[in-house]
Design a protein around this ligand. Structure first.
Ligand code: CMC
Length: 426
């Protein structure tokens, strides 16, 4: 039980309310305000900036120190030594797999990568011009229609089957979103390929030819997925938890996470980076855009710079920067005008007093946007890639919540509307 206490006195309530204070394994203390409802008051915290909505053992972020840990392991070490799939196992199960567990897990995922043929019909119903996130949101929600046999969220084995299915099928569905848009046949997954190799195969092969994907690009894709795999209680993960708290099925919960991720303030930033680079268009205009970004009366912001949580540097961006250099060199496009603009922008921002003093460093989306563009992935698919990477995080949080005691999420409000009034007589 907690030793630390907080005391709260409220005008009009003639007593001091004593609240327990909890210490996590690291990070800030947390004041338990659950008893306040019994005293007739609520806390007010729009955007949940000061509120912990759950206990979790999955991911830890220290924004000031630039630390991101998955189950205690620093993201830089995972990016160097692990793979996306091994990281999925870690997020879901809490520990790195043994060799045997890893082989079992990889095999289990491999045999869930295909989607029911009926799913092809779903895609045929979408216009070719549909946004890939609109299609992804719809088809992932629809997956529950195919798996009535394993939807009991109270059963750990059903939860694991759902987790494996959704991790395995997301790359397939993501590639189908792309293929539908460009009017090419869907490519079936290949069981002899790794997850990221398979994804690039389903994206860029056709029945007529299957170009060999370079190991550098496979590694880049895998790292992008891994770096996005979880980010603790962000908007989409909190959405998955809130939906899950009602007992909704896992596919519906993941679809709600995809919907939340779609917003430009969350998953849309890497797309915005490319749009900005396109808009700048020429190195001669960079200075003009830097001035716009600094101008208080201009709403323009340098996309891919700054972060709500990481105030000194984004540890994922450090990893992604190295990958970015490797990919541009491998493809021989360092001198492509768009990438030259990106490099120059990065250099100016890192040296400019405005950006230094406000701690506005390039974030992961700045580099991942550039890498995805270099790999030939259209910008409209960037958020779908983010969703594919974030799926293990969403499902691990859903599983963690469903295996613990949880309450249906039900925030309160500060009501500012009319008080009771009579319906006007007619
Ligand atoms: N360009 C120019 N000025 C900026 C920028 C920027 N990108 N970001 C922040 N500022 C300024 C802002 O005007 C403010 O100035 P002042 O103190 O004079 O009012 C100061 O820096 C602090 O800004 P803030 O909005 O209070 O900072 P925040 O922590 O609330 O915002 C942010 C974080 C990510 C929303 C913001 O930096 C931003 O809009 N960046 C561009 C969009 C972007 O790249 N988003 C992706 C974030 S990573 C996504 C993920 O991890 O999932």
């Amino acid at each position: 039980m907690s030793e630390k206490k907080a005391q709260l006195t409220i005008d009009g309530i003639d007593k001091t309310i004593v609240l327990p204070v909890y210490e996590g394994s690291t990070g800030p203390d947390v004041v338990d305000v659950r008893s306040l409802v019994g005293e007739g008051v609520f806390t007010y915290d729009p955007g949940f900036v000061s509120t912990a909505a759950c206990d979790s053992e999955i991911t830890y972020i220290d924004g000031g120190a630039g630390i991101l840990l998955y189950r205690g392991y620093p993201i830089e070490q995972l990016a160097e030594h692990s793979t996306f799939l091994e990281t999925c196992y870690l997020l879901l199960n809490g520990e790195l797999p043994t060799e045997e567990e890893n082989a079992d897990f990889e095999n289990g995922i491999r045999y869930h990568t295909m989607v029911d043929e009926q799913i092809h019909q779903f895609f045929k119903g979408f216009p070719r011009t549909a946004h890939p996130m609109a299609m992804l949101c719809g088809v992932v929600g629809a997956l529950s229609a195919f798996y009535h046999d394993t939807l009991d969220a109270d059963l750990p084995e059903h939860r694991m089957t759902a987790a494996h299915r959704v991790i395995a099928k997301m790359p397939t569905l993501a590639a189908m979103c792309y293929k539908h848009g460009v009017g090419q046949p869907f490519m079936y997954p290949q069981n002899d390929m790794t997850l990221s190799e398979n994804f690039l195969h389903m994206m860029f092969s056709t029945p007529c030819e299957a170009p060999k994907v370079s190991p550098t690009l496979v590694k880049a894709m895998d790292t992008i997925f891994l770096l996005h795999a979880d980010h603790e209680q962000n908007a989409s993960t909190s959405t998955v938890r809130l939906a899950g708290s009602t007992g909704a099925n896992p596919y519906a919960c993941i679809a709600s996470g995809i919907a939340a991720l779609w917003g430009p303030a969350h998953g849309g930033a890497n797309e915005a980076v490319l749009e900005m680079l396109d808009e700048i268009g020429d190195e001669s205009r960079i200075e003009e855009y830097i001035l716009k970004a600094k101008d208080k009366s201009d709403p323009f912001r340098l996309m891919g710079f700054g972060h709500r949580v990481y105030k000194n540097f984004d540890p994922r961006a450090k990893v992604m920067r190295g990958i970015c250099d490797e990919v541009l060199a491998e493809l021989g496009i360092e001198n492509d005008p768009l990438f030259r603009i990106a490099r120059k922008l990065e250099k100016i921002a890192l040296e400019d007093e405005y950006f230094i003093s406000k701690k506005l460093y390039p974030n992961v989306d700045f580099y991942s946007g550039i890498v995805l563009k270099a790999m030939g992935i259209p910008t409209s698919l960037f958020t779908v890639i983010f969703a594919t990477g974030r799926t293990p995080g969403w499902i691990a949080h859903w599983n963690e919540m469903m295996s613990s005691e949880y309450k249906i999420g039900r925030p309160r409000q500060l009501y500012k509307g009319y008080t009771a009034r009579d319906y006007p007589a007619k």
